[in-house]
Write a protein that binds this ligand. Sequence first.
Ligand SMILES: Cc1cc2nc3c(=O)[nH]c(=O)nc-3n(C[C@H](O)[C@H](O)[C@H](O)COP(=O)(O)O)c2cc1C
Length: 340
Amino acid sequence: MLRYLTAGESHGKYLSGILEGFPAGIKITRDYIAAQLRRRRQAPGRSARQARETDSFEIISGLRGNITTGAPISLLIANKGREIPAPSSLPRPGHADLPGMLKYGVTNASLIRERASARETAMRTALGSFALRLHELLDITINSRVISLGALTGLNAGTAAAELLRARSYGDTLGGVFELTVENLPAGLGSCAQWDQRLGARLSAALMGINGIKGFELGGGFGLAATGGIQASKDPGLSGGLDGGMTNGRALKLRCAVKPVPGLPGGALATDIRSFRKKLSVSKTSDTTAVFAAAVVGEHAAALVLAGALLEKFGSDSFKELRPRVEEWRKKTKRILSRI
Ligand SMILES: Cc1cc2nc3c(=O)[nH]c(=O)nc-3n(C[C@H](O)[C@H](O)[C@H](O)COP(=O)(O)O)c2cc1C
């Protein structure tokens, strides 16, 4: 079973992570992991704070000479700028602050922010880069693209940059939608046997587990509800590559809606939990949008789910065993799928 855990706080010394159940014999370099972390850190819309972060990391275990050994992989990512924030009794609207303060019985919102921060997604990205590499070696491609930024669709780098500038000049932030496409997945990953083994359930949990994601759609998604069965049956792609909780041999397609960043440079009205006075909660270092960075995290979160499903089907001890099994399965299923 492939599983992972992260620990660490936004202003702690390190983030740490463990990935267990990953096969032996997979070549992955430090540069590969660093490049994935860079994609997340330098995504459009991020704040100047990101320029200070370097995401310098250490691989503690699970690799010998750039090759995985099959042992649990553990990583540390260093945090820069580690001054512990001052205590604050002002929970920021739209954040984990208030429910977290109630849940843990504390009046200092900083204690909640430390772990709820999306800084943690750096570790999910680092661990996910192992899964991404596994897919790459099996010729499975995972790509993301942002399809809307705020109300703007049909984006290119220029229009996105202009929209971000415009929002920033008003002290505003933006949400957006990203789409993930996974190609060349073997058919039959996931399961129809139990609700929690259905691949759509597993993917939605991983994607909805990313901070700020408020919507998830597979294939035709919400639009399918308004489509007649006759029309829908003409386009098998509308099921998003999954039928009955299993990959069906077609491209997997999903979309996620990311809410606008709640931290506003001009401040949002909040209620102090001690005095119950209204005050402005100002976020000077917030990102203008998280959608581009969340898309990168989404690729990695999906890669981990799909790697888990692959290893369940084909075995997880070594890549040497895994590869011929996948190839043989592809040949066998292609004979059938190509005639349907
Ligand atoms: C990569 C990434 C970066 C983010 N950066 C910020 C930020 O700078 N400021 C902010 O207020 N929210 C930011 N967010 C969003 C918050 O983490 C998120 O809104 C918060 O956790 C509450 O959202 P939830 O209700 O979906 O958990 C970011 C999210 C992601 C995925």
